[in-house]
Design a binder for this molecule. Structure first.
Ligand code: SME
Length: 168
């Protein structure tokens, strides 16, 4: 049984470091991408405050297709370069949107979402797995510490994926 840690953290940095550790344990030893992506989404969604959507869009060779997530049903397909997710995939740079209402090209899924952070997921061989997307109902919810924290979580996920592939 996996227990979400209930303690309060002195800083965001500390909270993300603890989450990264929990994520590492959660996916250790399991090679299934879908299983790990589903549990990873659940871990983050239930551990971070003020989050209404957390999940994956996976690249199918043409566009991004929604993968395992927590939150309300979302748009299914996003073209590379479209919206915040497609921009992260196209530029391979994390995107932090403070206020989605002020952001041209944002694709609304849940009307409650006001802020968003998206991290591109790139395999060790340089190919695109997809993106990691987290939404908040609070404008300005995500800052540079969140971007760095999300990137460190994604690093744990991708290192495991690349490691399992190498071992397979
Ligand atoms: N807002 C995203 C679409 C995905 S949902 O937030 C889950 C975007 O603009 O790409």
């Amino acid at each position: 049984m996996f227990h979400l840690s209930p303690q309060e953290f002195a800083s965001k940095k500390e909270h993300y470091a603890s989450l990264a550790e929990q994520a590492r344990h959660l996916i250790a030893g399991e090679p299934s991408l879908i299983a790990n992506a589903a549990n990873f989404s659940a871990l983050v969604y239930h551990s971070l405050p003020q989050v209404n959507w957390a999940g994956f869009y996976l690249y199918d060779g043409t566009e991004l297709v929604v993968g395992p997530f927590q939150g309300k049903p979302a748009c299914i397909r996003i073209a590379i370069g479209a919206g915040v997710c497609g921009t992260a995939a196209h530029t391979r740079q994390s995107q932090v949107v403070q206020d989605v209402n002020q952001h041209d090209g944002h694709i609304p899924c849940d009307a409650a979402s006001q802020a968003e952070v998206v991290v591109p997921l790139v395999r060790a061989d340089g190919s695109l797995l997809g993106v990691w997307d987290v939404d908040s109902p609070v404008a300005g919810r995500f800052d540079e510490e969140d971007r760095a924290g999300m990137e460190s979580l994604c690093q744990v996920f991708m290192a495991h994926l690349d490691g399992s592939k190498a071992a397979a």
